[in-house]
Design a binder for this molecule. Structure first.
Ligand code: TYD
Ligand code: MG
Length: 458
């Protein structure tokens, strides 16, 4: 048999290559490549399980002849979580919950264990905490459900036996990186172990129809494999966002085989666990400075909802040959491009200043609809002039300084009107869409970046 070629996998993002590299070309992290050894093929008696259910159908059917089965779902007991899952957990599905250490993954899953609308038991397997530590958290959260069984275990073989014997209504594994299979020689948390154990759990979930929720730590130091290397195997991927310093936590569905992606749930970390937040805009804007230069409010659409956000900029004279461009929650490349557009259109003299730009609340924005807001924040900080109070800024900025229309205007503006915003700066191209909305907001239409700067700061 031909010798298998070695594979190297980035621990951080899952990038694969046939040769070792010092720096990952995908995520730019240094020294994150591990050799990935294919595990020995599954034992013969494991194969029927592997082919069970949906995989067993070998025949070919016409699309029109296939009947749609509605996946049986159960509620997690947390409405915000159900919403991003597409209506609750699906039976026999596998969900990955990722996030930085300490952000609230175990807290959320303990709450789900206590409140999920299932008839069987919940098997909570922890490889990180002892039973008494889990009990302490449950007490703090006020959870006393009888049908939660705890198990402090890291051996995959043992856990797999437990799941097969008990057939729980829900199984939580906290965390996947602590599990190991005795059949594989690599260390727990390595790429090989994490992938193989996930594949084993996936077989169990599908063949026994047990929904499994995995916790995956996002790691920066690179000692253990990150959850991205198993994203392709699981049905649903949820990631926690938030800067940890505030109580606001966001949970984003980045992959969902049973629902829409891009939905974002908001939670507040309280003394008694995570509480769903209905009105995220109000929470994100609470405590914002009034009439402060460098602060601009914009609106982003996350899934089916619009949320208002504050963008802050600080411009200061640079002492470096290459001025600093620091961003938090925004793409640095996009911000550099926007700053270049501002410089070329308004000749403001910002090119030799350091720029620090931050999205307040720890959210990440990928939308271009907040381009104009970023540049207004920059100009406001640079000129020391604050924006008029209760003004919303929307608009995409093109390379020639033209302003392009934004989508979902109705969602954004009605949310802003509800929170008392009285004026909105928006591209002239959005005029017909905006004028149809019966809102008590004064619309200020601008076609070019320089016009917007003139209107707002002169
Ligand atoms: P945890 O769920 O243990 O984080 P993870 O599993 O993601 O590593 O919780 C992290 C933080 O949440 C911890 O610093 C304490 C805090 N916390 C609360 O503020 N309220 C609570 O009710 C609980 C259980 C935790
Ligand atoms: Mg934890």
């Amino acid at each position: 048999m031909a010798k298998k070629k070695a594979q190297f996998v980035c621990r951080n993002c899952g990038y694969e290559t046939s040769g070792w590299m010092g720096r990952c070309p995908a995520c730019q992290e240094w020294n994150t490549f591990d050799e990935f050894k294919e595990a020995p093929s599954a034992p013969v008696d494991a194969k029927p399980a592997l082919r069970a259910g949906w995989i067993a159908e070998r025949g070919v059917s016409k699309l029109s002849e296939v009947t749609r089965e509605n996946e049986p779902r159960f509620s997690s007991g947390i409405p915000e979580l159900d919403r991003i899952l597409g209506g609750g957990f699906v039976e026999g599905s596998m969900t990955l919950v990722g996030g930085d250490p300490g952000i609230g993954k175990s807290t959320l899953l303990m709450q789900v264990s206590g409140q999920a609308k299932i008839s069987g038991e919940v098997l909570y397997v922890s490889g990180e905490e002892s039973k008494s530590q889990i009990k302490m958290r449950a007490d703090r959260l006020g959870i006393s459900r009888d049908s939660i069984s705890l198990c402090s275990q890291t051996s995959f073989e043992h856990i797999s036996e437990l799941i097969t014997e008990r057939r729980p209504g829900l199984c939580v594994i906290d965390s996947i990186q602590t599990l190991y299979s005795e059949e594989i020689s690599s260390a727990p948390g390595s790429v090989t172990q994490t992938r193989e154990v996930t594949a084993g759990l996936l077989r169990l979930a599908k063949s026994l129809n047990v929904p499994i929720v995995l916790v995956g730590h996002v790691t920066k130091d690179g000692a253990i494999a990150g959850p991205r290397i198993i994203e392709h195997m699981v049905d649903t991927v949820l990631y926690f966002e938030g800067d940890g310093s505030s109580a606001l936590r966001m949970l984003r569905a980045t992959k969902n085989r049973f629902g829409a992606t891009g939905e974002l749930a908001f939670f507040e970390m309280t003394q008694t666990g995570l509480l769903g937040v209905e009105n995220a805009s109000a929470l994100l804007l609470s405590g914002r400075p009034h009439m402060a230069p460098g602060s601009v409010i914009t609106s982003v659409v996350e899934g089916s909802r619009a949320v208002l956000l504050e963008i802050q900029a600080l411009m200061s004279p640079s002492s470096y040959a290459n001025p600093q461009r620091m961003t938090q929650g925004l793409d640095r490349g996009r911000v550099s491009m926007l700053l270049a557009v501002l410089e070329s259109q308004c000749h403001s003299g910002i090119s030799n200043m350091d720029a620090y730009i931050n999205v307040v609340g720890g959210m990440r924005i990928d939308e271009t609809a907040c381009d104009l807001a970023v540049l207004c924040a920059v100009f406001s900080s640079f000129s020391g002039k604050p924006l008029k109070e209760d003004t919303l800024v929307l608009g995409e900025v093109g390379l020639t300084g033209e302003l392009r229309p934004v989508s979902d205007l109705e969602k954004r503006l009605s949310d802003a009107a509800r929170l008392g915003f009285t004026a909105c700066v928006l591209p002239g191209a959005s005029k017909s869409a905006a004028s149809r909305l019966p809102l008590k907001i004064e619309y200020i239409y601008v076609d070019k970046l320089s016009e917007a700067i003139d209107v707002l700061f002169s």
